[in-house]
Design a protein around this ligand. Sequence first.
Ligand code: ADQ
Length: 925
Amino acid sequence: MLKLKLEENLRKQKIERIADENFLRGKQMFVYPPVVKPDQDIEVFLNKNLSTLRDEEDILILGAFNDWRWKSFTIRLNKTDLKDNWWSCQLYVPIEAYKLDFVFFNGQSVYDNNDQKDFCITVDGGMDALAFEEFLLEEKRKELEKLAKEQAERERQAEEERRIEADKAAKEEDRLQARLEVERRQETVLQLMKNAVKSNDSVWYIEPGEFKGKDLVRLYYNGSSGPLEHAKEIWIHGGYNNWKDGLSIVERLVKSGLKGGAWWYADVVVPDQALVLDWVFADGPPQNAAVYDNNHKLDFHAIVPLATPDAQYWVEEEQLIYQKLREERKLREEAIRVKAEKTARMKAETKEKTLKSFLLSQKHIVFTEPLDIQAGSTVTVFYNPSNTNLNGKPEVWFRGSFNRWSHRNGPFPPQRMLPAENGTHVKTSVKVPLDAYMMDFVFSESENGGVFDNKFGMDYHIPVFGSIVKEPPLHIIHIAVEMAPIAKVGGLGDVVTSLSRAVQDLNHNVDIILPKYDCLNLSNVKDFQFHKSYFWSGTEIKVWHGKVEGLSVYFLEPQNGFFWVGCVYGRANDAERFGFFCHAALEFLLQNGFNPDIIHCHDWSSAPVAWLFKEQYTHYGLSKARAVFTIHNLEFGAALITRAMAFADKATTVSPTYSREVAGNPAIAPYLYKFHGIINGIDPDIWDPYNDNFIPVPYTSENVVEGKRASKEALQQKLGLKTADLPLVGVITRLTHQKGIHLIKHAIWRTLERGGQVVLLGSAPDPRIQNDFVHLANQLHSSHYCDRARLCLSYDEPLSHLIYAGADFILVPSIFEPCGLTQLTAMRYGSIPIVRKTGGLYDTVFDVDHDRDRAQSQGLEPNGFSFDGADAGGVDYALNRAISAWYDGREWFNTLCKTVMEQDWSWNRPALDYLELYHAARKLE
Ligand SMILES: Nc1ncnc2c1ncn2[C@@H]1O[C@H](COP(=O)(O)OP(=O)(O)O[C@H]2O[C@H](CO)[C@@H](O)[C@H](O)[C@H]2O)[C@@H](O)[C@H]1O
């Protein structure tokens, strides 16, 4: 007690001394204790006489910590008993504080803010500003985590409510169905009872004549009255109440010796609840009888004379039916749920595996440890200059930042990289902040720069997981004339849809602008509705909006009838029609205040977008946007493509090899600096043998053999081919020169010679080629090959699914192929591609005999058969090896099917490349 008092006095004396000193020096404020530490109570003193608040009645302190960012406070000061009019208040300094900032005021609008500088006191021995920054981020992360949990809980509850509602509706539906079913049964039994008799004297009778449920009766049958006249044995197969429980009475009859030996009998217990007995006679027990007497297909029915029709019976019956329906529904829903979960899991696993292998695939140049970068962690970056333009430089400097160079801390200071233990790479470590979603970096030869390795202008970017900040979405608008499945002519339509879906899946915003053809398949458009009308070039253009495969699509319908011609392509004025569409689309964007980051156009048909945009629209609104142009096929519209190449900010084609093949083309050569080959992917949901309504048995790589066998049989049956286990070669293609028509024809004959089956699905825009194939089809279908060859010369999406699944091989002998999607789809369905080594076919198919190393360098196993040359010998070389492999090593072949199914040819990887390209385009002036 005494000690406390002493301490209190000591404190008082110290404060008095400090107050005096301050007053003498004219300083109006001090704190006690003078050295402020975190997690401590302090007292703040203000001398009213020295303050601008000298005439005010009330004095309050208004402050916060750490540059006004942490725990603000307002506290009233009280007059102390110190001399010279000192006022004070107590204040707690939190543990996170490195600085205290405050002003005084009168509770209203008169302030003492230290001559506008605010008061500021440093807190000693705690966090520094940087550590506090980290702390704040960590707090935000916790907050987000909490919010995410709450959100998940809300969603769970909503889902639960939805489930309860759905369950209620399902129960009602089942109840109704049970009632209808029981009414139907009641009706039939009543009808049977009405018609049933006690006996049919010359054929059968029952003793005793009066009986009821549970009684033992003897049923007599005149064996010579019907088809069992010569039977050695006679059996009764019976049930009750119109076979309600199926077969429930089975007895062997014995000869009675009565009436000349024609009569047989069996003792039967009448089932409880039976109103009517139903039966037939046969010459053996069930499953072992050949001859039946089923009363001319009506069966025999006998009334149960003493049965008391019980109202309760039908009530119970209805309940039983209801329970059965519920049970069936539960099983069905459970199966759907399990399947959906498995689908989602497989998809996520594939995605993760692909990202990992992508990160590892750059290992000879750059990689990180750990491979998955987590926000808030420290990573080591390894770099091998001997594989880049920094080869031989004495030093390598690492320069980088986060969030596509937009991080609040700016780029970090260049770091000199040090030799790594592995002897090839140099390394450095980087602290990744909690608010980073992407790590960006380049390498240079010296601290000040000099020669850079910036990945050919794209910079290196590695995604960071667990960031508390989300990547801001890009807005991408595709202007295109094809879109699967509503207006698909070829692969371009597939790519517009599937690339958009993949980019949207990465949390970006995508819209598509498409002509509103009169031949659109509108059944695949959800929420289709009129959006608005606008005028351009003297024409009214109606705009419709709807969702296709989850994508937002605007349909333009110019009232000049340009797209009321029953087809996508094939009119003499196609270029004029699509040119009009491109211009109208840009006008639509402008008039409606769209401000996209990227406008993406495709092939000659929407090529005009590139120059119309650059010449006419970048200056009026739309200035943020960059134009990206993708070539799916250089064969058509060379002039338009050349012009678009000149104007586009970035251009791509659909595989690296094709990009090299066309590099010398005059349309491309001048623009190689902005031209990139990015391989196409396929949509893993649209093409998914585990969830495909067009094939009989769902399958994954685990049951590929069983799944494909079922599909092959279904395909053979559907097309009237011999149902047999033969090697089946499928071809799915537009029949044009590009696709190697002479090679396809040759391969058909060769496959048949080798005992295989061939299914071709294709249609030719050129009537001469179509006729040629009709002729070939007639020839084949009327030859001895008719049960092994089928040419379907039409466009048929459902059939294409069954062929991808049912074929062993998919043949793609294209003369040139920018990418090719059919070989990718084939692999998704476990079919082995046989391809000509060109364009994207070369990039995606690795020959089992020749390309092991090339495959391995991409982290893949070989996956098919390929050939050079464009003659019969070439195709034979690949086809013969493929068919022989099938005949000679089914085990090996089945493993190959499994391998190709497990390869990821979706957009998981290429969509990232497109995003890099979009970002690179945005960086351009
Ligand atoms: N008769 C028929 N019935 C049903 N479906 C049929 C069919 N004929 C073809 N298909 C389907 O149409 C698509 C064709 O795609 P491709 O990539 O093979 O060729 P296409 O030459 O049209 O595309 C161009 O653009 C794409 C996309 O960039 C490039 O991959 C390609 O190399 C380039 O020539 C596939 O989805 C296929 O299943």
